[in-house]
Design a protein around this ligand. Structure first.
Ligand SMILES: [Zn+2]
Ligand SMILES: [Zn+2]
Length: 319
């Protein structure tokens, strides 16, 4: 199953000409999960992969740069005659805030639900689990760990046949855990293979909570609002420097670190260089870049730069 992260907005606090406010689209099979929805997010999506019928929205916290785009987007879904229900999840206080925005989007017919989560309260979507955890920021703020269930081990059909099992229904029985013709499943089925894990830390000062949640994640999306020369300012505002984010990634032993929430004072290159000195497998996506996450045995996560021309030829099938 395809899994990728589409960076719809990579700025922090205020947008710039080149970077929109925070929004990350997680694309997994037919699922379209949006994490944060800064002002302008729907236009960012329309200009790139299209405004898909999102399946869920998760807000990391209630600072305006992370949600102000949502009321307008909810209204647009209604105007487009969306039919699929939508749930918006967030930290405590999110539902009350969105209710105050009700005059903007009214009572959409598609079935809109708000759900405040507590840390550790998992949301399950088929074989994907999304778990919020508290990070270190001003006010209550969450990161989200998105984890796929473990996959069954590889079935060795050749070996099963050599051991005397007839291909066909008996193979299915073995794979469901039954003993067939004296052959036990564990003789022909390998160990369970772990699913993929993506952690989106949201806004946070460096914290062990992220190190724990992101342990061995395929991708950690972490903020790097400042360079380390601004470490005092980062501490004052409960943000991270590029160097601090890289240390979190190193401690968590992730496969790839993606830095976002970039202050408009930086172009991105200096953020990347500072982080790579501590953690080499770091990328700083620009708006509309994608990180593709293959199954672990098929390769490592890769940053794919946005190519507007190619995208026009192959639009998102779920848009
Ligand atoms: Zn922010
Ligand atoms: Zn914030």
């Amino acid at each position: 199953m395809d899994l990728s992260l589409f960076f719809a907005g990579t700025a922090g606090s205020t947008p710039s000409a080149r970077r929109g406010l925070p929004a990350l689209l997680v694309r997994r099979g037919a699922a379209r999960i949006l994490v944060d929805c800064g002002e302008g997010t729907q236009r960012q999506l329309l200009r790139s992969v299209g405004l898909a019928d999102l399946t869920d929205v998760f807000l990391t916290h209630l600072h305006a740069d992370h949600w102000l785009g949502l009321p307008g987007m909810l209204k647009s879904f209604e105007l487009r005659d969306r039919e699929k229900p939508l749930t918006v999840h967030g930290p405590p206080g999110m539902t009350a805030l969105m209710e105050r925005m009700r005059p903007v989007y009214g009572r959409p017919r598609y079935g809109l639900t708000f759900r405040d989560l507590e840390p550790g309260e998992a949301v399950r979507r088929d074989d994907l689990e999304i778990v919020p955890f508290a990070v270190r920021h001003r006010g209550v703020a969450f990161g989200y760990a998105l984890s796929e269930d473990a996959r069954p081990g590889r079935f060795d059909a050749d070996l099963a046949e050599r051991l005397g099992v007839t291909p066909g229904p008996d193979f299915g029985r073995l794979q469901r855990g039954e003993v067939v013709a004296g052959v036990r499943p564990e003789q022909v089925i390998g160990e369970a293979r772990s699913g993929r894990k993506v952690v989106v830390a949201g806004d946070s000062a460096p914290t062990d909570a992220v190190v724990v949640a992101a342990h061995r994640a395929d991708v950690l999306v972490h903020e790097a609002t400042f360079l380390h020369e601004e470490a005092d300012r980062a501490a004052l505002t409960a943000h991270s420097t590029a160097r601090q984010a890289a240390q979190v990634a190193a401690d968590a032993e992730v496969r790839l670190l993606a830095l976002t929430h970039i202050s408009s004072r930086y172009s991105g290159g200096e953020i990347r260089d500072e982080a790579r000195a501590v953690f080499a497998d770091t990328e700083v996506p620009r708006d509309f870049d994608t990180i593709v996450i293959p199954l672990p045995e098929r390769g490592t996560p890769q940053l794919v730069r946005w190519d507007a021309r190619r995208a026009a030829l192959a639009p998102d099938p779920a848009r």
